[in-house]
Design a protein around this ligand. Structure first.
Ligand SMILES: *Cc1c(COP(=O)(O)O)cnc(C)c1O
Length: 425
């Protein structure tokens, strides 16, 4: 493929921006490729500045449930934008989107909007600490909760390769109050609760982890977490920044029928704009300023364009049969994928419209397993797919996504490309 303009753009960007990117995974380093430079995207098709087309299965990390530049979402965004891109004062659009979220997510009674998933999680943690009067946070290896200092401990996503404090510049004192233990190991959770239960402010978890690749919770795992938290007066925080409005209106908590105390949302809920949210029981949420003593704020929080776009996205998703169709098509696609990898040392982990290929001969059920998969082989597979115009999420530790916009033709083309890519590696 001719990539002249992209290569030049990358070289230029590298002079001005560290690594040429504004978020590390975009560099495609972990798959041994060079970053794409995009001029436009529509539906599921990305067009780079060299006019190469790619079928997109990353979809801005799952944001575009309806595909890029969906006409109704674009229209709502532009109509709002004409009235100003930001008021810095309340508008009715905020309560309108809040109403839709609260009606959809069973455990949310009140909600506050912020500008990123990182903030949603940061504020959820502060709230849980204030509510319980405790400091300790329990998380799980390979779960990613944004880039705040105290959660960069054995984290997934772009920091999946880095051990313990997942970043330089994070003081030991900051991570002292964060315990990270293996996912899907309820015995270890019990042990921690036996020893420290009464000092745990919150357990935070991706109820369906997608930042170490997709790794479903084993039967009973989330249920027992819920019970341990309740028994010890700790809050259960579900980080549904990816799973929210991805699996269904009520996200993973509805899918697995386990209710958290606080939920963090992002990605889909912002309709493609920098918006995210956290919510939960009224008495907990009312601890936030200006009602309570927990400070939380944001210049662009509840941004009108984002609220309008989020509202339109959710309206489309909440139409009769939307999730049934998406999940059923995803299931059929998954069945075809499984045929292609049968007898090979490849695992397909899939839940609903989220999926990850792991190059491994054994099932992948936690971060340790994921870390031991053949990431070099994944890189070769990834590059072969890219050559054929398929853009999967660019890391062995990320989820790829189906959207309502993928056509049967595109899915079939993708299956053929996978068949060929597996043969070449
Ligand atoms: C993307 C993500 C975040 C961080 O959201 P940002 O908007 O990138 O700050 C947090 N948690 C999970 C589960 C995510 O997938």
């Amino acid at each position: 493929m001719e990539k002249n303009l992209s290569q030049t753009a990358y070289q230029e960007a590298c002079k001005l921006i560290p690594g040429g990117v504004n978020s590390p995974v975009r560099s495609l380093r972990s798959v041994g490729a060079e970053p794409l430079f995009i001029q436009k995207a529509s539906g599921t098709i990305l067009t780079d500045i060299d006019n190469q087309h790619y079928i997109d299965y990353c979809l801005s990390w799952g944001v575009h449930l309806h595909g890029h530049a969906h006409p109704a979402i674009t229209k709502a965004s532009i109509a709002t934008l004409r009235k100003s891109s930001s008021f810095g004062i309340s508008s009715p659009l905020e309560a309108q989107l809040a109403g839709l979220v609260i009606q959809s997510v069973p455990s949310i009674e009140k909600i506050r909007f912020v500008s990123s998933g990182t903030e949603a999680v940061m504020s959820s943690i502060r709230l849980a600490r204030a509510w319980t009067g405790r400091d300790l946070i329990l998380k799980f290896d390979g779960c990613y909760h944004g880039h705040a200092d105290h959660l960069l401990v054995n984290a997934g996503s772009g920091v999946a390769g880095i051990k313990s404090a997942s970043s330089a510049g994070v003081p030991e004192d900051f991570v002292r109050h964060t315990l990270s233990i293996p996912f899907n190991e309820i015995k270890t959770v019990r042990k921690v609760f036996d020893k420290k239960g009464y000092s745990i402010a919150a357990v935070i978890i991706e109820p369906l982890p997608a930042n170490m690749g997709v790794i479903p919770p084993e039967a009973g795992f989330l249920e027992e977490l819920r019970e341990l938290c309740t028994r010890h007066g700790s809050l259960l925080i579900f980080d549904e920044v990816i799973s929210g409005f991805r699996l269904g209106p009520g996200g993973a908590q509805e899918w697995y029928t386990v209710r958290p105390d606080i939920t963090a949302l992002g990605k889909i809920v912002g309709g493609g704009y920098p918006a995210a949210a956290f919510g939960g029981k009224t008495e907990i949420m009312d601890q936030l300023a200006p009602l309570g003593a927990v400070y939380q704020a944001g210049t662009l929080s509840g941004n009108p364009v984002a609220m309008a776009a989020g509202y339109e996205s959710l309206q489309l998703a909440l139409k009769e049969g939307f999730y049934n169709r998406l999940n059923e098509r995803s299931r059929q696609f998954g069945n075809e994928l499984r045929k292609l990898i049968q007898g090979k040392d490849i695992q397909l982990n899939q839940v609903g419209s989220l999926f990850t290929f792991f190059f491994s001969s054994t099932p992948v059920k936690n971060f340790n397993h994921a870390s031991n998969t053949n990431t070099l082989q994944f890189g070769r597979f990834y590059r072969a797919m890219l050559e054929q115009g398929i853009y999967l999420s660019p890391s062995p530790f990320e989820a790829s996504f189906l959207s309502a916009a993928h056509t049967d033709r595109q899915l079939n083309k993708t299956l053929r490309a996978i068949h060929k890519s597996i043969k070449t590696i």
